[in-house]
Ligand binder design. Structure first.
Ligand code: T5A
Length: 222
């Protein structure tokens, strides 16, 4: 194990929770603090993982079931970790990642009924010690998130997961709250309602409270 500076911050939440918007604003804030950031996303974030993303979000993998989908997410995650996340952390950068393993726990685990033990095992093998330092979970009523996502998309057509029924999205929001409650030392539940600036302020306050070393922290990476 090599010791290297860097910070790994993940954003989680239901559809249209405002993650991408808040990542953009946090990046600007961190730039102003003099921290070099890498903004990335899952599924995807590297050329090979983006190919897997297309396959999953088109719905082509849905008939294969949650187990096969989870393996695809972890195949993409492995490449993303190896080619983007670990090199950035080793170079002392702040990695801001739109979704990570908690999405697999919520979508394929809580919603897809995949055995949590299996997800833990996949995570141990693929993620190892490269776990997020902080996870910001944006909490919005599902109807608000879906309306935001549809407005942004304009034609109103949802992807593989947006097309699921309202009960799916209610359970999803609950699953993310459960993850936040189970790991309070890593996860912060952020109220995602209100204006973009109000949410950004909540995020900055949470990070300042939990990560005083944000302007120069060090972490160990695998
Ligand atoms: N998935 C992913 C799994 O099932 N398992 C996994 O392991 C992983 C990693 C990814 C899908 O894959 C699933 C989960 C997802 O379904 P995606 O296309 O990347 O799909 O979609 P999402 O991650 O859900 O991201 P979205 O782009 O839909 O939502 P965001 O990023 O949360 O929201 P954002 O910032 O784009 O905002 C949406 C709209 O709302 C506006 C924005 O301007 C934008 O138009 N907005 C606000 N409007 C008013 N007030 C605010 N406070 C606003 N904040 C944003």
């Amino acid at each position: 194990m090599a010791s290297a500076p860097g910070l790994f911050i993940t954003f989680e939440g239901g559809e249209g929770a405002g993650k991408s918007t808040q990542i953009r604003l946090l990046r600007e804030h961190l730039d102003a603090l003099g921290r070099s950031c890498v903004v990335t996303r899952e599924p995807g974030g590297s050329p090979r993982a983006e190919r897997i993303r297309e396959h999953i979000l088109s719905g082509a993998a849905k008939p294969l079931g949650p187990f096969a989908e989870a393996l695809l997410f972890y195949a993409a995650r492995r490449d993303h970790l190896d080619t983007v996340i670990r090199p950035a952390l080793a170079a002392g950068q702040v990695v801001l990642c739109d979704r990570f393993s908690d999405s697999t726990r919520a979508y394929q685990g809580a919603l897809g009924a995949l055995d949590p033990e299996l997800i833990r095992d996949l995570d141990r093998v693929v993620v190892g010690t490269t776990r997020p330092d902080v996870t910001l979970i944006l909490d919005v009523p599902p109807s608000l998130g879906l309306a935001r996502a549809a407005r942004r998309r304009q034609d109103g057509a949802g992807d593989r997961f947006e097309a699921e029924p309202p009960s799916f999205h209610e359970r999803l929001a609950e699953a993310f709250r459960e993850i936040a409650a189970a790991e309070p030392e890593r996860c912060v539940l952020i109220d995602g309602t209100g204006t973009v600036e109000e949410v950004a302020e909540r995020i900055r306050s949470a990070l300042e409270a939990g990560l005083p070393a944000l302007s120069g922290a060090a972490r160990d990476v695998a």
